[in-house]
Design a binder for this molecule. Structure first.
Ligand SMILES: *[C@@H]1O[C@H](CO)[C@@H](O)[C@H](O)[C@H]1NC(C)=O
Ligand SMILES: *[C@@H]1O[C@H](CO)[C@@H](O)[C@H](O)[C@H]1NC(C)=O
Ligand SMILES: *[C@@H]1O[C@H](CO)[C@@H](O)[C@H](O)[C@H]1NC(C)=O
Length: 485
């Protein structure tokens, strides 16, 4: 046994040391300054890294852990085969984990799990055009320890080649770096850091105006403003933030406009009749004075041009509008100028003028990741389709006798977390296997769904009941009744 362990270790070290193309290791925020990753707007790399640092935690043995499952595609993680030649990353010895890549926001299927990432990561993607907004990726090397325990052995940042260079869809090894845990810790500590410390450590002086501006823009995400201020301060002259840092563009009207546009929030929520409800806020006075409207579209897809519903914001910076459109994943609200001509007043032509801003697409599972079914290698997720409450069961492939174990199990749909009586239900074994082209990318999981007849509304909950051997084994967070992280 000792000999085998030693050999395993030897192979591991060998492969880590030599057979890969990684450029170097990033140990501090300072190291992010000199690389290309995430620097120019609208790239989303720094937001991804910030999100990761805040969603990875250290256990008491010094391991980095996740409280979600990248193999299940949570947050849009994809399996990465490291099959390029030469290999981008070190070859992993058998059963020493897998690589998963995060950050592809343009995964064109109707269940783009990356949409579960918060708005601050996706906002630039929706509000810019062209391939630059989807180049950056974070890659994790993850070991599945069973029972939903995942250890992260390595973190990398990387990027696709620019599209116009015609160098294919691989990642660019010259822009691939290993991330030391010390960098993640620095990012974690940014919300509590004081500015003198930044001056000494990063040798940047942050002008109060800039900081205030950045903090306004990213106010819901503590620490992100500082990360951007530090990393972008000395870099490429053309980046928006750097120019702002020098107060140059602050005078430019165009940027002032972009600046308050980033405060606009456009969301799709649920009415109590399973329809899409539009919520808006943060619309600047400049736009209110011109007249603007909220318009609902099927998705962010470029061919999704037909309006499903629309409403004037009626001069209100924030408000809501209940549409008659059944709730479905992908729905998106866009803010448009309102065309007010006599022609329109007479009811001719469309009042929908120039587009100003886009909200996130409504996410399939309302940003909820599946909940574990206690004591079993399976999990449960609530989602919506055509305004109805639906549930998904993720069953680990190694759980081969699940149909036997769950023979008497059922999933109930409840109108709220407080009710004891279900509204409707279905046997777990009667769920049908979900056919989705992209499930092929799901590692080690089978997915089963049931579409109930219950109308989705805020508060609806699914519970998993393992009849015989005792009661409830899982309950989802009530629909739209939790604080989004
Ligand atoms: C990460 O950085 C720490 C110091 O911050 C160092 O001790 C450690 O060796 C580094 N690890 C790697 C893999 O570079
Ligand atoms: C819109 O939907 C919400 C949520 O169901 C509800 O509370 C509100 O009363 C509705 N507003 C109107 C005007 O119907
Ligand atoms: C559970 O198993 C029994 C016999 O093995 C079968 O008759 C019954 O239909 C199964 N239950 C369900 C919900 O499939």
């Amino acid at each position: 046994m000792v000999g085998r362990g030693f050999l395993g270790c030897f192979i591991l070290c060998l492969s880590l040391a030599s057979v890969c193309a990684v450029k170097g290791t990033l140990k501090s925020i300072d190291d992010l300054k000199g690389i290309e990753f995430g620097h120019t707007s609208p790239r989303h790399g720094l937001m991804l890294l910030h999100w990761l640092a805040n969603n990875i935690y250290n256990d008491n043995k010094g391991n980095m852990r996740l409280n979600f499952n990248p193999a299940r595609r949570d947050y849009g993680f994809h399996f990465y085969g490291n099959a390029d030649n030469p290999h981008l990353l070190p070859i992993l010895p058998y059963q020493r984990g897998n690589y998963y890549s995060l950050g592809n926001l343009a995964d064109n299927n109707n269940n783009n799990d990356a949409l579960a990432l918060p708005d601050y990561v996706t906002q630039r993607f929706y509000n810019s055009r062209g391939p630059e907004n989807n180049r950056d990726r974070v890659i994790l090397r993850v070991r599945d320890e069973g029972s939903n325990q995942f250890i992260v052995d390595e973190v990398y940042v990387t990027q696709h080649y620019p599209r116009n260079e015609n160098r294919g869809s691989a990642y660019d090894p010259d822009n691939t770096y290993r991330v030391n845990v010390s960098l993640l810790r620095q990012i974690q500590s940014l919300p509590t850091i004081n500015l003198n410390y930044i001056l000494q450590t990063y040798n940047v002086e942050i002008n109060d105006n800039i900081l205030e501006h950045l903090q306004n823009t990213w106010r819901d995400t503590p620490g992100l403003a500082l990360l951007l201020a530090i990393v972008l301060y000395f870099t490429r002259p053309k980046t928006l933030i750097k120019d702002q840092a020098f107060g140059l563009i602050l005078q430019s009207k165009r940027v002032m406009e972009d600046k308050d546009n980033t405060l606009i929030k456009l969301e799709v929520k649920t009415t109590n009749r399973g329809k899409a409800r539009i919520i808006w806020s943060g619309i600047p006075k400049r736009l209110l004075d011109q007249g603007v409207m909220v318009v609902l579209y099927k998705s962010n897809n470029p061919d999704s041009k037909s309006e499903l519903d629309r409403s004037s914001v009626g001069g209100k910076a924030s408000g809501s509008y209940n549409t008659s459109v059944p709730l479905n994943p992908g729905l998106q609200v866009r803010l448009h100028k309102e065309v007010k001509t006599w022609w329109n007043y007479l009811g001719f032509g469309s009042p929908t003028g120039e587009e100003i801003w886009r909200g996130s697409e409504f996410h399939d599972a309302n940003r909820e990741i599946p909940v574990d079914i206690n004591g079993h290698d399976a999990s449960l997720q609530l989602f919506v389709k055509d305004g109805k409450a639906c549930a998904r069961l993720y069953v680990k492939r190694s759980f081969t006798d699940w149909k036997k174990t769950f023979n008497n199990s059922w999933v109930g749909f409840y109108s709220s977390a407080g009710t004891l009586d279900h509204n409707t239900w279905q046997w777990a074994v009667k769920f049908s296997e979900e056919s989705r082209s992209d499930w092929a990318g799901i590692r080690g999981c089978n997915v089963y769904v049931y579409e109930s007849s219950m109308t989705m509304s805020p508060g609806v909950q699914a519970r998993f009941i393992l009849e015989k051997s005792g009661g409830e084994k899982a309950r989802t967070p009530p629909w739209e009744r939790f604080v989004q992280g």
